[in-house]
Design a protein around this ligand. Structure first.
Ligand code: MCA
Ligand code: AMP
Length: 491
């Protein structure tokens, strides 16, 4: 049996999932996921790694589907509840999902896709009971596909096995000393590792409680915290920035109440993007908590982390987690020692299996001796790693999301009034980076509000450029390639 599910047998009567006033035990989760698994199998012995996509809001349904798919031997493909149809279609086509399980609220939204393959789409309320036995799923088998943007082509499906996920979970549950009595609030999207592995799966591995707040809302987060049940929180730096802004707006009495509650937390973690020292310090003054910053990637879960017990260095990501080997390698493939900046490379059972049906991209992302090339540039100094940036300007991190400038440019170029464009990320304290586009127009004028409406149908909201300039031509080098660092200066 999959270790995460086997583990749950130990905690049957404990609360696994909470959402508003709804509470579900581990026993509820085991029963509901078995029901889903048997229904998906529908008399078959094993789904044999069929890709099963699911589109449901964060909550008990999400977890029962994820576990049900795994228990039937399928590959779980979580879809983002905020993505527009073209992004959803891309994932369904790329994975060749054999079933798409969805919550009622998405029925209408999915109409354009459903009409072409009605029998693949299943409203989860209509899942019918079936009898049978569940397969024994080997830990080396593929478990999940999550999509990530890169510097070439379309987003790639990152395939992790049950073994990969188990290692990603246990390196965190041991390092951050997860306990059975922990109670975490999950406000993160559930199509990325941060929300799925670090928060949800670590909680469930530990017999702890994962409470969901499906939509980020600073006021509601503080309300939940003030009930004094939650003792753990993990988020991207933008969320801490927004919580600080919200706290600052409150009357003094309320501020005091919230600060007193926050001081009692066991642990607060930040990651997915660089944590500005200003945010770390402000949050410390509000909450008494020194955020634990860690570093990870969809392809490997978490690799490097500040210490749970010892001093946490602001601006640094810490040291490799247990079971994770890390080295710094320069552009000539030479291993560098302390003080020199170079690429982070990672090896270990946490590292993904492959990019879905992209053997060349998979091979390119590893060295010949099996190290995963992260593309992140770091330095080792003062006894810890510090991230300096990435080896590509075309990868933008905004609100913790990894975004490809090239993907946005490709869509912009399809707009009738746009002849050419260049997209960059500009430093921003709240979002990490904000997306900016330089447009070269076919016509004299363009209505940016109309362009944004058009873009919203094609791209997730977090990929829509927020700043625009208009140019006659983009800055280029002698080879004709757009010089993005020059372009950044022009904003
Ligand atoms: C939204 N808005 C933005 C952006 N996103 N503006 C600028 N830049 C952006 N990136 C604007 C919207 O247009 C809207 O403005 C307003 O903010 C609210 O939009 P909404 O979609 O409701 O945003 P939100 O819910 O407030 O989102 C903020 C967020 C979200 C909660 C910080 O970005 C988020 O959940 N980020 C986490 C992503 C994550 O989990 N990444 C982990 C992947 P208007 O009202 O004017 O239209 S990385 C990972 O997994 C690795 C392994 C790792 O290391 O963790
Ligand atoms: P994703 O592909 O969405 O999983 O994002 C992974 C990327 O997020 C990494 O390659 C880093 O560039 C970035 N990242 C994650 N954690 C941190 C951190 N603590 N500091 C700086 N960058 C980070």
């Amino acid at each position: 049996m999959i270790a995460l599910i086997q583990n749950a047998l130990k905690y049957e009567s404990r609360i696994a999932v909470k959402y508003a006033t709804e509470k579900y035990t581990y026993e509820d989760l085991l029963t509901a996921s078995e029901h889903i698994a048997l229904a998906l199998l529908n008399g078959k012995k094993d789904l044999k790694e069929a890709r099963i996509a699911f589109l449901v809001p964060p909550g008990f349904d999400y977890v029962k589907l994820q576990w049900g798919i795994w228990r039937a031997g399928g590959i779980a493909v979580p879809l983002c509840v905020k993505h527009p149809i073209p992004s959803i279609k891309y994932v369904l086509d790329d994975t060749k999902a054999s079933k798409i399980l969805y919550a009622k609220e998405f029925h209408e939204f999915l109409t354009p896709l459903r009409s072409a393959a009605e029998n693949k789409f299943v409203d989860i309320e209509n899942i019918e009971a079936s009898k049978g036995t569940l397969p024994d799923v080997d830990p080396q088998r593929r478990a999940m596909i999550l999509y990530t943007s890169g510097t070439t082509g379309n987003p790639k499906g990152v395939v992790t096995t049950h073994q990969n996920i188990e290692t990603q979970i246990t390196s965190l549950t041991t390092s951050w000393e997860w306990e059975v009595d922990d109670h975490i609030l999950n406000v993160l999207p559930l199509h990325h590792v941060h929300g799925i592995v670090n928060v949800l799966s670590c909680a469930l591995w530990s017999g702890a409680c994962c409470e969901f707040l499906p939509k980020f809302d600073a006021t509601k987060i503080f309300e939940i915290f003030c009930k004094k049940e939650v003792n753990l929180f993990m988020a991207v730096p933008t969320i801490y920035y927004k919580l600080i802004a919200q706290w600052e707006k409150l009357p003094q009495e309320k501020q005091k109440e919230i600060s007193a509650v926050l001081k009692e937390f066991r642990l607060m973690v930040s990651g997915s993007a660089a944590l500005p020292i200003s945010v770390l310090e402000k949050w410390r003054s509000i909450s008494g908590q020194t955020l634990l910053e860690r570093y990870g990637m969809t392809e490997m879960g978490m690799a490097i982390s500040n210490s749970y017990r010892n001093e946490r260095l602001p601006g640094y990501i810490g040291l490799p987690l247990n079971n994770v080997a890390v080295r710094l390698v320069d552009e000539n493939g030479k291993y560098v020692s302390g003080g020199t900046q170079a690429e982070i490379q990672v090896k270990g059972p946490n590292v993904f299996k492959e990019y879905w049906q992209k053997p060349e991209a998979t091979a390119d992302s590893f060295t010949t001796d099996g190290w995963f090339k992260t593309g992140d540039i770091a330095v080792f100094e003062n006894g810890a790693y510090r991230i300096l940036g990435r080896n590509s300007v075309d990868i933008i991190k905004s609100g913790g999301y990894k975004i490809s400038a090239l993907e946005i440019e490709e869509v912009l170029r399809k707009y009738p009034q746009i002849k050419e464009c260049g997209v960059v990320g500009l430093p921003d304290e709240e979002w990490g980076e904000i997306i900016a586009a330089s447009l070269i127009l076919e016509s004299e004028k363009i209505d940016i509000d109309e362009l944004k409406i058009w873009l919203k149908e094609k791209l997730p909201a977090y990929m829509i450029p927020r700043k625009y300039i208009f140019q006659d031509d983009l800055p280029r080098n002698v080879m004709g390639k757009v010089t993005k660092n020059e372009l950044k200066k022009m904003f």
